[in-house]
Design a protein around this ligand. Structure first.
Ligand code: FES
Ligand code: FES
Length: 159
């Protein structure tokens, strides 16, 4: 039997204490232990990007990150992107306006990845957006609309 250890996670500005086995991933900690189900599990092997969150502002795959590795760092999930008053983040609004999703399962990861992609300065051209968003799969084939949404949001953020 594996013993559980206490860890503190700061998620969307709130500090959480949980008891988890060391093998628990950040993805499972978010979904199963904290009820933050916006972050999705499409593969659990680092191949789809549905689990993308930010750790200290960088996009990471939560399925390949142990919860313990994220302890003491600042985690942002899709639930923490909008303003406190409900105003959507520019990327969220752009995804709605550009119809950049269909089933919505890849969307939280796409949006978290897009926010980081823009912040990294990798949204200069459509080709660059396609390349730097390639880690996020969408089986609904929303890619052209996703590129349009990222382009729109990047323009808005820059202005
Ligand atoms: S669930 Fe993490 S990359 Fe697919
Ligand atoms: S919107 Fe369905 S997988 Fe992307």
């Amino acid at each position: 039997m594996t013993s559980k250890t206490p860890i503190h996670l700061t998620i969307n500005g709130h500090r959480h204490e949980l008891q988890v086995e060391p093998r628990v991933t950040l993805l499972d900690a978010l979904r199963d232990h904290l009820g933050l189900t916006g972050t999705k599990k499409g593969c659990d092997q680092g191949q789809c990007g549905a689990c993308t969150v930010h750790v200290d502002g960088q996009r990471v795959l939560a399925c390949l990150t142990l919860a313990a590795q994220a302890a003491g760092r600042s985690i942002t999930t899709i639930e923490g992107l909008a303003e406190g008053d409900g105003t959507l983040h520019a990327v969220q609004a752009a995804f709605l306006e550009q119809d950049a999703f269909q089933c919505g399962y890849c969307t939280p990861g796409q949006i978290m990845s897009a926010v980081a992609c823009i912040r990294e300065g990798h949204a200069g051209t459509d080709d660059e957006i396609r390349e730097y968003m390639a880690g996020n799969l969408c089986r609904c084939g929303a890619y052209p609309h996703i590129v349009a949404a990222v382009r729109q949001a990047a323009t808005e953020v820059a202005s």
